[in-house]
Design a protein around this ligand. Structure first.
Ligand SMILES: C[S@@+](CC[C@H](N)C(=O)[O-])C[C@H]1O[C@@H](n2cnc3c(N)ncnc32)[C@H](O)[C@@H]1O
Length: 309
């Protein structure tokens, strides 16, 4: 089909069909046309068609240019999407590159989750996200740092059952203990092997020692429940210790960290051969480290991430 024919077709498409009255007017106009001398009707029609084309060709070409541009844009967009997907795949590949062997540490972690009743729904969601994040950190760590989640039998469990049902298939170095509280899990014969981590003490943990179990409070409370974990540790007769944040980095705000950050810091401490400073710099978001930010009076909320691959 020639450009002219396409244009005529497009013009027909754009313009509504003529009414009966218009057709009649056109017929009369044609009849009244006086053909130039020696010109056939067909010749006259061809010239009229050519004239119409001359009048509309610019508009037609413009329309074609716009269409072409839109098609090019669509194609680029498609190519970009492909590139994005490739990048995403690259990052996913990087994220999912799990170590094939994890060096043993002989250190264990307990998330003490006996605080369900002290958290609102949003905090329960945040806590479940933190456990998911910790599980991911554990799988990516070059060292083995197994987690037991104690008192996993109320709201937190319901949240997992509803929104992270695949957790029942997480079989690597994580135990969801539905029956036992922290107290039930302790070997009462030898409490010296336990350290309850808390920001509310002057006792500083310089290193994570073999044969020890470190307990991290599984609670998001914006520090409403001050001294909660330190008091629980004392009641149970456990040693307490805080991470040496102030010694190694300039930190703004209070030194109360989120459960998952504390766990990730332990992982990074092992990965960096006992270098807390590097561990802090790798785990804590810049906001938490900035000197000029206003004081943040609650624990840092880690971004939620559910990459459990
Ligand atoms: C959000 S905090 C809980 C705050 C809670 N009000 C309390 O009494 O501990 C979560 C847990 O992370 C651990 N944690 C937070 N900051 C810490 C720090 N600076 N040093 C050691 N452990 C810390 C503690 O085990 C704490 O229970």
């Amino acid at each position: 089909m020639s450009d002219q024919e396409v244009a005529t077709k497009a013009a027909k498409k754009r313009n509504p069909p003529p009414t009966a009255e218009e057709i009649e007017q056109l017929r009369q106009a044609k009849q009244s046309v006086v053909l130039p001398d020696g010109m056939s009707k067909n010749e006259w029609k061809r010239i009229q068609k050519q004239k119409k084309w001359e009048e509309t060709k610019e508009e037609y070409r413009q329309m074609k240019r716009v269409k072409k541009k839109a098609a090019r844009k669509r194609k680029h967009q498609h190519d970009d999407d492909d590139n994005d997907n490739e990048n995403k795949n690259y990052h996913t590949a990087k994220k999912t590159a799990l170590p094939t062997v994890q060096s043993p540490t002989d250190v264990k972690i307990i998330f003490d989750c006996e605080f369900d009743d002290l958290m609102n729904t949003k905090e329960i969601v945040s806590m479940s996200n933190q456990i998911t994040r910790s599980y991911s950190a554990m799988r990516h760590c070059t060292h083995s740092l197994p987690i037991t989640v104690s008192s996993f039998n109320k709201n937190l469990k319901s949240r997992f059952d509803k929104s992270v049902p695949q957790y029942t298939l997480w079989n690597k170095n994580i135990t969801f203990n539905t029956n036992d509280t922290l107290s039930d899990l302790l070997n009462k014969e030898d409490l010296s092997q336990y350290v309850y981590l808390t920001a509310d003490t002057d006792e500083v943990i310089e290193s994570l020692e073999p044969h020890k179990t470190y307990i991290i409070g599984g609670i998001v409370d914006k520090n409403r429940h001050k001294l909660l974990c330190v008091n629980k540790a004392k009641e149970l007769g456990l040693k307490v210790g805080k991470l040496p944040i102030d010694k190694y980095i300039e930190i703004n705000g209070r030194h109360v960290l989120a459960t998952s950050h504390v766990y990730e810091l332990c992982c990074k401490w092992f990965e960096n051969n006992g270098d807390w400073e590097t561990a802090f710099n790798q785990v804590l978001p810049p906001r938490k480290k900035s000197k000029n930010e206003p004081i943040n009076d609650s624990e840092e909320e880690p971004s939620t991430e559910s990459n459990t691959s």
